[in-house]
Write a protein that binds this ligand. Structure first.
Ligand SMILES: Cc1cc2nc3c(=O)[nH]c(=O)nc-3n(C[C@H](O)[C@H](O)[C@H](O)COP(=O)(O)O)c2cc1C
Length: 196
């Protein structure tokens, strides 16, 4: 199963189109994909418990009762992942940031035991305005991948100007993620290199 996480309130916008393209590609390669739209789930912001660290660092879970445990479980099972966000002020959307912040607190210090350790993640920033901020948005997502021991794979910026071409590329990236298989760990350490 391949997980596609989207995070736009707009159900028929650029972000949603990217999610559908990723799913098409995954299915075209014989994979099974699941789109999880964070804006249709309950996902809250971090409470910065206690002195800044709480159950997240001790127990690898969050005290808030929302979709985070489901996401941790789903991503643990996933063979590959897409993170797809609209670009807001050059950053991921608030829903994506809530997810990234809290998932990172729970998983970052688990290193190779992180739910996403060694997994390929395709990053997509959908910038429907000027296109400015696409790179800074992708940069934040790439940093997050490193914090949680995942492997940033494709870094894809899509704007209204390159929409048609990039939707085709996202579809290809979904197919390629399935076709190229999972990355192998070596002695517990993740090989952050793209296989041929
Ligand atoms: C609060 C906010 C901030 C935005 N900031 C940017 C931006 O920095 N750069 C950009 O190109 N577009 C920006 N946009 C436009 C969104 O990227 C655009 O609406 C995008 O298509 C959103 O995805 P959607 O079609 O899935 O809603 C912004 C939109 C909102 C609502």
């Amino acid at each position: 199963m391949y997980a596609i996480i989207t995070s736009s309130p707009n159900t028929d916008g650029l972000t949603a189109a990217c999610g559908k393209a990723a799913l098409r590609g995954i299915e075209n390669s014989g994979g099974t994909g699941q789109i999880i739209d964070l804006c249709r789930e309950k996902i809250e912001s971090c409470l910065t418990c206690e002195d800044g660290w709480g159950e997240c660092i001790r127990e690898n879970r969050c005290v808030i009762d929302d979709c985070l445990p489901m996401l941790q479980e789903t991503l643990k099972e996933a063979e590959g992942i897409f993170l797809i966000t609209p670009v807001y002020f050059g950053q991921p959307s608030e829903h994506m940031k809530y997810f990234c912040d809290r998932f990172r607190r729970c998983e970052a210090f688990r290193k190779e035991k992180s739910s996403v350790a060694g997994k390929k993640i395709n990053l997509v920033a959908a910038a429907g305005g000027s296109g400015n901020g696409t790179v800074s948005c992708l940069s934040e997502l790439e940093t997050w991948c490193r914090h949680v021991s995942a492997v940033p794979f494709e870094r894809i910026g899509i704007t209204r100007y390159n929409r048609d071409q990039m939707l085709k590329f996202i579809e290809w990236a979904g197919a390629d993620m399935v076709a190229s298989g999972t990355l192998k760990n070596s002695g517990g350490s993740v090989i952050p290199l793209r296989p041929k």
